[in-house]
Design a protein around this ligand. Sequence first.
Ligand SMILES: Cc1ncc(COP(=O)(O)O)c(C=O)c1O
Length: 490
Amino acid sequence: MTVMTKPQANNARTLVNAPALSPTAIVKPEMISVEASKAMDVARMTDLFKAHLNPGQLHFMKLLGFHKIKIETAEGMFYVDQNGRRILDFFGGFGSLALGHNHPRIIAAREKFQDEKRHEIAIAFMSQYAAALAHNLAQISPGDLDMVFFGSSGSEAMEAAVKIAERAAGPKRPKVVYAENSFHGKTKGVLAITDGQLYRGEFKLTDNTVRVPFGDIDAIERAFKTDPEIGAIVLETIQGGGGIVQAPAEFWQKLRALCDQYGVLWVADEVQCGVGRSGRFFAFEHYCVVPDVTAVAKSLGGGKSAMAAMIAKRDVYMKAYGTPKTAMIHAAATFGGIGEASITAIETLHVLYDEGLIENAAVTGDYLLSRLQTLQAKYPKIIKEVRGKGFMVGLEFHDFSQTLPMVLRPVVSMLDDKLKGSLSGFVGALLLRDYDVLVAFTEYNRNVIRLLPPLICQREHVDQLVDAIDSLLGRGIVAIVKDFVKSQVK
Ligand SMILES: Cc1ncc(COP(=O)(O)O)c(C=O)c1O
């Protein structure tokens, strides 16, 4: 078979009339095979990442030392790199690995589904898999959160949530309240209620929005009272991108009452904190309240598939899309409820309960919090706060940009504007390099390390993480910064 190399920009013009591009000759381009992609080395991977994915992002990977690593396999709590190094995963795919990597029951369910040659796309015919998953989610969800829409990302589920709320609220109430430091996704609709200047860029976003401080019930009441066009309020139950931030416990009951009083629909974004991470399936269950609409994603896919769901109260759904005339306005997308992802999610939900992973998130999550609080007491000048619920934990460092010795300040600020004054980047990089532990960072608060481990995480893993942080902080800030700076100039 003829194999064609892609014409380069500088010779594309001369190839315009070349026979290889004539409509009759279909030539297979030079492409990398599956096996060759698995065998690729770091240098080639870096070249391709630069050429085709995101050259700018490599800058940050280099800063953190992530660019030297090629993951070969992953199992349970660990990644294994090209040198056989086992990396303990407290990053957890930003909360998408509740069952850990490659859970055997998930693999078995998927293999069986493939062996049986089951169908995938659920557009022409109804899907028994999507129907079963929707039933299971309705069973899990409290109150009459019974109607489900499937998508393949958290953003897509949140788009569906905002759209259903807008339609149910009606054309006279199109405004949406959202919170400071919120993150609801990067697609164009939900970007309007995502509070990150970096992500919002200079896109033209809808201005039908009202921004309030997170957890401030008085600000919400003022907004509801003064603006009758407000039809919905969208909040993460625990803010993830904001740095693991919780509202006061009494906030949620008051919010429910206010929404009922003013006829405003409450949309709970559970994309990061849901699917058991907080120690309850939905984080709002801690407060004995039920929103009108919610969304889950990330871990719903069992760490092996892209699956997301918007779940709405039946009356909200019926108002929005309940008639034959309105049913197709936001009906399934091509990959919504796709077969293998649906059965993966079905098995994920079973494993979550069969293995007691939600309880484990609560119990071992408490242990993680208490060990980190002990660490905070040991290093009060370095650790500012430890907070969270279950396996959604934030470790906030003091901003040390002003306390660092004068000689180090210019070097650190030269390295990178984003990391300047932030210990979390330095600590994260050295935890990986010296202790084989991976932690996550936080978009809006550069001083916070986010810990979102798989819900299978045990005490021994917590001990490994906390002992590593303890040993690292024991070196002292100046040594940490000097070491980091040295690693960058090497
Ligand atoms: C709370 C929250 N909502 C929505 C999203 C968007 O999800 P996705 O990245 O799957 O589109 C995220 C992603 O991190 C999230 O944390």
